[in-house]
Design a protein around this ligand. Structure first.
Ligand code: WQD
Length: 342
């Protein structure tokens, strides 16, 4: 029996595949490669010395999706495939709703048809909207302030309704905080297309000389130094959280949400200082206006995942910065990098 990983070629996906293979699972990967590259999967195979099939399949292609289920004995699905750029979702709402929600509906349809009712779903802390206080626990009010966040919130609600209608489903909703870092080898990592919208890939591209300076979006927030505070979590810790959630969905029924964060917040300026220390590289930056839609402070109460998944983040900010830099330094052009520098 195998685990199907949708979006397995992506940043979280490739790291999750490494951890699943290391834990002894057989995997099958689906990806439409709209925001990822097959090279990431070749490197997963290199790192784990394990083979697995992967297919270029879009979840909107029901026929191809059914072919995968009919050709492989699948016992659970880790569903990571989805568009995830907040800003882009505002300008392309229909694309986001169709890709993320219709794709998930078709996936659930085919899972049901083949009797596969175990799912780990990639959700996001964005479903907490503008939290009134921190740390954030899973019972906080949910809301969304952009189409991307609304797709995550709607899918969570769809999956809850699915369980109400059929209690044989077992689903974990993983609310990611801010994933950064990379596998310690520097062979897989975050490879955003175009100019990065997220902080860490922007910093590493400044550090490697692809971008000139970081724009810090606001220093007038009610935080330790005025810049935005977030809960950065090492992507390998996040990936290991998926393995724990998989164990849970394969051994129990129900729908549960879990925060995957460290429980510690760092400001943008603190992240710049931490990265400069870890990479021994200066990051030129300029303070500019706030980015619309940003919250001042967001960090998790991760105690439910500790208690119910027996999982907690163990990698600190120094390791996150060091591993982000190791990936970018060795792969200045991401997976398109031709000459690999040691
Ligand atoms: C972090 C901090 C910015 C870039 C987003 C999505 C969320 C999730 C993670 C998918 C903020 C500041 C950033 C820059 C900056 N994605 N910043 N200059 O906004 O917390 O979360 O990514 O699930 O859904 O909303 O992450 O990395 O964009 O920003 O000053 O060039 O860095 O203002 O304080 P965010 P981020």
């Amino acid at each position: 029996m195998a685990i199907l990983v949708t979006g397995g070629a992506g940043y979280t996906g490739s790291h999750t595949c490494v951890e699943l293979l290391a834990a002894g699972y057989e995997i099958i990967v689906l990806d439409n490669f709209s925001n990822s590259k097959p090279e990431s999967l070749n490197r997963v195979k290199e790192l784990t010395e394990k083979d697995f099939p992967y297919y270029k399949v879009d979840l909107l292609d029901r026929r191809s999706l059914r072919d995968v289920f009919s050709n492989h004995p699948i016992e659970a699905v880790i569903h990571l495939a989805g568009l995830k750029a907040v800003g882009e979702s505002t300008s392309l709402p229909l694309h986001y709703y169709h890709n993320n929600i219709t794709g998930t509906l078709i996936l659930c349809d085919v899972m049901k048809e083949y009797g596969v009712k175990n799912m780990v779903f990639s959700s996001s802390a964005t479903v907490y909207g503008m939290p009134e206080r921190v740390p954030i626990s899973e019972d906080f009010p949910l809301s969304a302030t952009n189409p991307y966040g609304r797709t995550k919130l709607m899918i969570e609600e769809i999956l809850c309704d699915l369980f109400v209608a059929d209690s044989s489903w077992s689903i974990s909703l993983l609310r990611y905080f801010n994933p950064i870092g990379a596998h310690e080898s520097g062979r897989i990592g975050e490879d955003p297309s175009g100019i990065p919208s997220n902080l860490m890939p922007f910093i590493t591209q400044v550090a490697v000389g692809k971008l000139n300076e970081l724009l810090v979006f606001g220093n007038d927030y009610p935080t330790v130094d005025g810049s935005g505070v977030r809960d950065y979590i090492h992507v390998v810790d996040l990936a290991q959280g998926h393995v724990k959630a998989l164990e849970r969905v394969m051994s129990s029924k129900g729908v549960d949400a879990f925060n995957l964060g460290t429980g510690t917040g760092y400001s943008v300026l603190q992240m710049i200082a931490a990265f400069e220390k870890a990479a021994a590289v200066k990051i030129p930056y300029k303070i500019v206006a706030r980015r619309p839609g940003d919250v001042a402070i967001c960090y998790a109460d991760p105690s439910k995942a500790k208690k119910e998944l027996d999982w907690m983040a163990v990698r600190g900010i120094e390791e996150m910065c060091r591993d982000s830099w190791s990936w970018q330094k060795k792969n200045p052009d991401g997976y398109d990098t031709k000459v690999i520098s040691k």
